[in-house]
Structure formats: structure tokens, C-alpha cells
Ligand binder design. Structure first.
Ligand code: EPU
Length: 365
């Protein structure tokens, strides 16, 4: 629970150098720090407990390790295709600062808090809004970067601002919601990679939020549970059950959630495809475009659920998710991902884009 003591923060490399506010380990193993569990090493691994020490830590990286820095939360949205020759910073900051108003609450949450713990804590406090975003792996600091979304809700709806350290200005900078430029699985943080390091996220949550029950399966799940007048915690329970059935659990099989984003087409292109492929699921958007199911495209291009190339494969549960059955290298998973993209392009003329950050050596795609 946010604010409580975290034994998990003690899970660090053998004999790290302990400086106040962060610990440092040389030539560190990254496999415990990426949910695809690929083998990779970082020249330097820092575990940051105190965000005010960030400038000092970055100074250390600049003078001794070439200045390249990669910030990770739980590593649930990255694919390492090679060792990382700069410094990896694990955000391990904790804390929630709450300010209650009449019918809503504003809170600032440290970047290193676990997202799912935070969602559950808000529900126990009687705040609603985040119930559809239950069980998403990762940290609070990672949530605005890809504007996490599930079951008809995107986190941007509840974000007021994001507190960052701006590495260009070398200063703490607060980006309001407009400056964050949120879109579908997108934000300013993806457009200027490396510039902003998220240190905290400020949310406003209502005491009473109208529930989002439109997404396929939610109402049926509530019915199965025997709930006719759902509260936010019922919705969280229903979505938790849906996710558990439909998506592979990274604790059981290594994965990084959706590997591809759902593509958007203009109405003319989408409707032409619908004629030749009437089963292709698509949803009209407010801007006139259509969002297509990438999972369907992947399967229709020949990559069925459960497809495998060695230890790299497509999840048995969901075609959007690439999995590591054990010893797949990052390069092998990336090769499979690229093959899927090529086949989808050959079959439908659609470019899929990847959702996780693909990190090779110093570079980030
Ligand atoms: N579908 C398939 N094959 C599959 C799975 C789905 O053809 O293996 C088709 C079905 O027709 C289904 C449609 O795709 O009706 C949509 O499927 P789903 O509801 O699972 O949603 P999605 O668009 O594939 C998105 C998010 C998920 C999120 C779900 C539920 C993206 C890239 N992914 O998937 O997010 O859990 O909606 O809201 O937008 C993640 O980001 O890591 C993630 C898992």
C-alpha cells in the first residue's frame, strides 16, 4: 500500500555501493528488471530511493559512464535486444501525498509506487475512477508515459500534472495535462525520449465517478458475479477476472503486455478493408478514423495464439502479446516481432507499431 514500508525495496544486487538516496551496482544483471525476462546487462545500475538525489546521480552518470541513462519502473514495457552500456535507474521512490476536497481528492504519488497497489489503495479509500485500470503491471511513473489504458479508460483522464526532472534545463519541471500531450498509448514523454524523468504524478479522483461499463465483457462479468448495481470495487473485481482469463500473467510466463498498438485508419481505408475482411473488428473514433484490432490482424497474418519460434512466441491467450517461454534472447523476440509486422504489412498493407520500448545497446527505438 502506498506510504507503507516496502520490503521489496531491499531486493537489490549483491553488495551495491550505498550512497544516501541511491545504491549503485556495476555490470548488473537486468533479467530481474524486465518482465520479458531477457538476459542483458547494464554497465551501471542505480536504485533511486530519493528523487531529490537525481541531479547528483545524473552527474555521476555523465562524468563516469558517458551520460546515457535509461529509467525503469518494473521493466514491464521494455525489450532489451543487447546489453545497455549506460546507467539504468530503477525508480524506487515511495509515497503518496493526499489533499481531500469536498467530492474529490488530489494526490501526488511517487513514481516508484506500484501501479496496481495504488489502484487498490484508492478503491479502499473510497475513491473511484481507476477501477478499470486494475492489474496493469508497472509503476505509477510509467503510467503517463504510455498513457496506460484498458477496458475503455485511459489514465490521462485522471492526471492533473506530471512532476519531472527536465534533463535539458537541469531543473524540476511540472508538466500540466496539456503539456503532456496525451494520446492513445502516447504522450510527450515518448516524443522527446530521455528529456523528462518522471518523479511523481498528480491525480484528481472523484468520490463518485460514473462507471465505465461499455467495454465488451464487463456487464456480462458483473452479471456472472450476481451484481446488478455495481460499485467501483465490483467493476475492479470484474475486470480483474477478465484480465486474468484473457491475458497471460507475467508472474507465470514472461511478457510485456501488448507488443503492438492497435492501428488507426481513415474511414475510406477502413471501410474498404471491412469489405474484403468483414470479420475484422474495428471501432469508429470521434475524429472520424477507425481503430482496428491488431490482435486480429496478427492472427489473420498467420501467427496464431500459441505460435512459437524456439522460446519466443505468441501468447496462448492473446495474439497481441509476445512471450518468452524461457531462454529466448531479446534479439529473438524482436526478430519474431518484426516478422509479425512484415506479414501484417504484406497481407493488409498496415504498419503495426510496437508498444514496448525496444532498447539495443545505448539506443532506444
Ligand atoms: N482479438 C483477436 N485475437 C486475440 C485477442 C483479441 O482477434 O487474441 C480481437 C477480438 O475480436 C476482440 C478485439 O480483438 O474483440 C479486442 O480485443 P481486446 O478486448 O483484448 O482488446 P485489444 O484491443 O486487443 C487493448 C489493449 C490491452 C487491454 C485491452 C482491454 C492495446 C494495444 N491493448 O487490447 O492492453 O488490456 O484492450 O482493454 O491497446 C497492454 O497495453 O499491455 C494491454 C494488454
Amino acid at each position: 500500500m502506498p506510504g507503507s514500508k516496502r520490503p521489496g525495496a531491499l531486493n537489490m544486487q549483491a553488495r551495491p555501493l550505498d550512497t544516501s538516496g541511491y545504491t549503485l551496482s556495476l555490470d548488473a544483471n537486468l533479467s530481474p528488471h524486465n518482465s520479458l525476462r531477457v538476459t542483458a546487462r547494464a554497465s551501471l545500475l542505480a536504485r533511486l530511493h530519493d528523487a531529490t538525489k537525481l541531479p547528483e546521480l545524473l552527474g555521476h552518470a555523465a562524468t563516469q559512464h558517458g551520460g546515457d541513462v535509461l529509467v525503469l519502473g518494473e521493466g514491464s514495457n521494455v525489450l532489451f535486444t543487447a546489453d545497455y552500456t549506460g546507467m539504468v535507474v530503477l525508480m524506487a521512490t515511495r509515497g503518496v501525498w493526499v489533499e481531500e476536497q469536498d467530492n474529490q481528492v488530489s494526490m501526488a504519488v511517487a513514481a516508484g509506487e506500484r501501479w496496481d497497489d495504488f489502484v487498490r489503495w484508492t478503491l479502499t479509500q473510497g475513491f473511484s475512477g481507476l477501477e478499470n485500470l486494475i492489474l496493469i503491471p508497472g509503476t505509477v511513473g510509467a503510467a503517463p508515459i504510455q498513457n496506460i489504458g484498458a477496458y475503455g479508460v485511459e489514465v490521462a483522464e485522471f492526471i492533473d500534472s506530471v512532476e519531472t526532472f527536465d534533463t535539458c534545463k537541469q531543473a524540476v519541471t511540472i508538466l500540466d495535462k496539456t503539456a503532456c500531450a496525451f494520446g492513445y498509448r502516447d504522450s510527450v514523454f515518448k516524443h522527446v525520449p530521455g528529456r523528462y524523468i518522471v518523479t511523481a504524478v498528480r491525480f484528481t479522483l472523484p468520490r463518485q465517478q460514473s462507471l465505465h461499463l461499455e467495454y465488451a465483457g464487463i456487464r456480462q462479468e458483473l452479471k456472472r458475479m450476481g451484481v446488478s448495481r455495481p460499485a467501483a470495487f465490483h467493476v475492479a473485481q470484474a475486470i480483474g477476472q477478465l484480465r486474468t482469463r484473457k491475458l497471460p500473467n507475467p508472474a507465470h510466463i514472461a511478457n510485456a503486455g501488448s507488443f503492438f498498438k492497435n492501428p488507426f485508419l481513415n474511414a475510406e481505408q477502413a471501410l474498404a478493408l471491412k469489405k474484403t475482411h468483414p470479420d475484422l473488428p474495428m471501432w469508429s473514433q470521434a475524429d472520424g478514423r477507425y481503430k482496428l484490432s491488431a490482435a486480429w490482424l496478427v492472427e489473420a497474418a498467420g501467427f496464431n495464439k500459441g505460435y512459437r519460434e524456439g522460446d519466443a512466441g505468441i501468447s496462448r491467450r492473446h495474439a497481441l502479446v509476445l512471450v518468452n517461454h524461457g531462454k529466448a534472447s531479446g534479439a529473438a523476440i524482436w526478430a519474431l516481432g518484426q516478422r509479425v509486422m512484415e506479414e501484417v504489412y504484406k497481407t493488409f498493407g498496415i504498419h503495426l507499431s510496437t508498444e514496448p520500448q525496444v532498447i539495443g545497446n545505448r539506443g532506444v527505438s
